[in-house]
Write a protein that binds this ligand. Structure first.
Ligand code: ADP
Ligand code: MG
Length: 611
């Protein structure tokens, strides 16, 4: 698309969602207005990083020698300027990036905001990538003048929030590539004209930005940040407050890290790493387009946050890795092919796992970590053959036998003599799992069952297969051999099977129920019931084999039905109800919900003597 400098001013509407979002940001975050400066300075630094990186492949885009981020308050005009020499934006980019919400969407942001405690709200702004809008907390009118590096043309984007008119784009002049964000401050935001107040904010939020930041005072641009690379300083010189400040800057996080790992690796590959394991779960942990908070630097210079320095199951780790073993002008292709990154990655995984092993000794503290990030580590159990055993020893899960969480090792310690396998059951919530008929027989035998409720739980047990020599077996996969010593109801089971036809693979008597009359069982070899449900829902995996219907011969209803097994009409109606009851106990719908409701109502009327 060509941009014509002669194009006239154009008015654009904000998307409906964007308008609402603006309102949210302005009002919900009012008590934390200072963060507008953090957001705008962060954008300026990002743009400067981007230009530096682009110049590696296109020297024409090179940064000017003094690529500072300038903050210029103007008392007489009551305006505040944040200027950078970064990548800039062309007309289309301004429309796309400043006029619409690209990422996770307003609705999600609104919902998260409503849920968040007031002190967590500022956190959300950065996480949702809506930082630019925070400018409207302090300004009525915002003018962004930008010239993209490599282009002759500049444009001004402006929005007067009171006009309700959306934003205007018009051609402009700018001597050099880069961006000016000019805020016309609201009357009650005059403190942001005071250089000392601005400096205090920069020190608090932006001190870790490695580009120089200056604040204009009496016509002079004075440095406002140290710009030191914290991770390069010896640990002994760094206070906990320094670490926490840096952590917050990195990931737009407002919590305190659960673990801080800072070390220098020497030998084959030399690098410094400063990694944080967050103390809370980021809202977007399971979003596809989540941005990484793990940055690769080469000799202090930021290179990229997309280098996959950790596997996806450790994606919650934030931090910085700084190496001397890559050239400063490392290209994208080189990042993909260099063995250096593979070696760093291996070392980082090893170090994080070692930290988790150590911290796992403090059960209560480790459980907190597990509640936040266990579901991500379980993805490693599924996909990472190399670390599977190690991850299995970190695994924690609720169980039918203990309060809180248990490890597999502790489970094995509690196993009954004669218990051969580790039982588990997957479902959507813990309350339903604890009440599931699938547990009855095992509970009666005093055998413990792990209760798993994360979506990923349908997958990994199959891959892990065993732990310390004990097989993992789903409680929904019946052990047919265990069914002995039962009253003979073979006439009834045959009649039920012929009434149900292909809806079930088999109808058989079982000894694994105590209170329930029926239960579904998956075949011992194929996927368990939870996995089947998941595959059905996602439409993958083709048709599933029907489950077996297991009936409890000791249950009064079954015993009574067995006595009337020759009444084909009665057995036919009962068969449908029994199968649907077994489905309902699994959290599934009856096959014909309305018919099921009618049938159960009729039975109820009968048992109350009114039918
Ligand atoms: P985020 O920074 O998380 O992407 P923002 O709302 O802060 O979200 O900014 C939106 C987008 O606008 C940025 O991703 C960037 O593309 C663009 N942008 C904002 N400020 C600048 C700037 N100073 N220079 C270049 N692009 C910018
Ligand atoms: Mg931003």
């Amino acid at each position: 698309m060509s941009t014509t400098a002669e194009a006239p001013a154009e008015t654009h509407e904000f998307g409906a969602e964007t308008g609402r979002l603006l309102d949210l940001v302005v009002h919900a975050l009012y008590s934390e207005r200072d963060i507008f400066l953090r957001e705008l300075v962060a954008n300026a630094a990002d743009a400067t990083d981007r230009r530096r990186f682009a110049a590696l492949t296109d020297p024409a885009l090179a940064l000017p020698e003094k690529a500072a981020i300038r903050i210029v308050p103007d008392k007489s005009a009551r305006s505040l300027l944040i200027a950078d020499a970064g990548m800039g934006m062309d007309r289309e980019e301004m429309i796309a990036h400043l006029g619409t919400i690209a990422r996770s969407g307003t609705r999600a942001f609104g919902a998260a905001l409503a849920d968040a405690k007031p002190e967590e709200r500022p956190n959300l702004i950065g996480q949702f990538g809506v930082g630019f809008y925070s400018a409207f907390m302090v300004a009525d009118l915002v003018e962004v003048t930008s010239r993209k590096a490599g282009s002759e043309h500049a444009f001004t984007w402006s929005c007067d929030i009171a006009s309700g008119q959306g934003f205007i784009i018009r051609p402009a002049e700018r001597a050099e590539p880069g961006t000016d964000v000019l805020l016309h401050l609201k009357p009650d935001a005059e403190t942001y004209l005071d250089p000392a107040a601005l400096e205090a904010i920069v020190r608090k939020w932006a001190d870790h930005i490695t580009w120089p930041i200056t604040i204009a005072r009496d016509g002079k641009d004075l440095p406002a940040n140290e710009g030191t690379a914290l991770w390069r300083r010896p640990r002994a010189e760094i206070s906990e407050a320094d670490y926490h400040g840096f952590y917050r800057h990195l990931g737009h996080m407002f919590d305190t890290p659960w673990a801080t790992l800072h070390w220098r690796a020497e030998g084959m590959t030399e690098f410094t790493a400063l990694l944080f394991i967050p103390g809370t779960r980021p809202f977007d942990l399971f979003e596809q387009d989540r941005s990484s908070h793990l940055r690769l630097h080469v000799r202090r210079m930021f290179i990229t946050d997309k280098a996959e320095l950790l596997p996806s199951w450790l994606r919650f780790v934030a931090g910085v890795v700084d190496t001397e073993d890559l050239p400063l002008n490392v290209s994208r292709e080189m990042l993909q092919s260099t063995p250096v990154l593979g070696r760093i990655r291996k070392a980082l995984i090893g170090r994080v796992l070692a930290e988790l092993r150590t911290k796992a000794k403090e059960a209560a503290d480790f459980d907190k970590f597990w509640e936040n990030f266990g579901a991500a580590l379980k993805e490693g159990l599924w996909e990472d053959t190399e670390h599977r055993t190690e991850l299995a020893s970190l695994l924690r899960a609720p169980s039918s036998a203990v309060e809180g969480l248990t490890s597999l090792a502790a489970y094995i310690d509690r196993m009954k003599p004669g218990q051969e396998v580790i039982h588990y059951l997957v479902g959507e919530d813990l309350v339903a799992l604890r009440a599931s008929p699938q547990l009855e027989g095992l509970r009666a035998k005093g055998e413990e069952v792990l209760l798993l409720t994360d979506p990923i739980d349908a997958f990994w047990p199959e891959r892990l297969a065993s732990f310390e020599g004990k097989r993992l077996v789903s409680a929904s996969q019946a052990d047919v051999a265990a069914t002995t010593d039962l009253p003979d109801i073979s006439v009834l089971t045959a009649a039920l099977k012929s009434a149900l036809g292909d809806a079930v693979a088999e109808v058989r008597a079982t000894g694994r129920l105590t209170d329930s009359a029926v239960v579904l069982a998956a075949g011992a070899l194929g996927p368990d019931l939870a996995m089947q449900r998941l595959m059905r829902r996602s439409g993958r995996g083709g048709p599933m084999p029907p489950p077996a219907l297991e009936v409890n011969p000791k249950h009064p209803a079954i015993a009574a039905l067995a006595a009337k097994a020759s009444d084909a009409v009665l057995v036919g109606r009962a068969a449908t109800v029994l199968l649907d009851l077994a489905r309902v106990a699994e959290g599934e719908m009856p096959r014909d919900p309305a018919g099921f409701a009618r049938e159960v109502t009729a039975l109820l009327a009968g048992s109350l003597g009114s039918g």
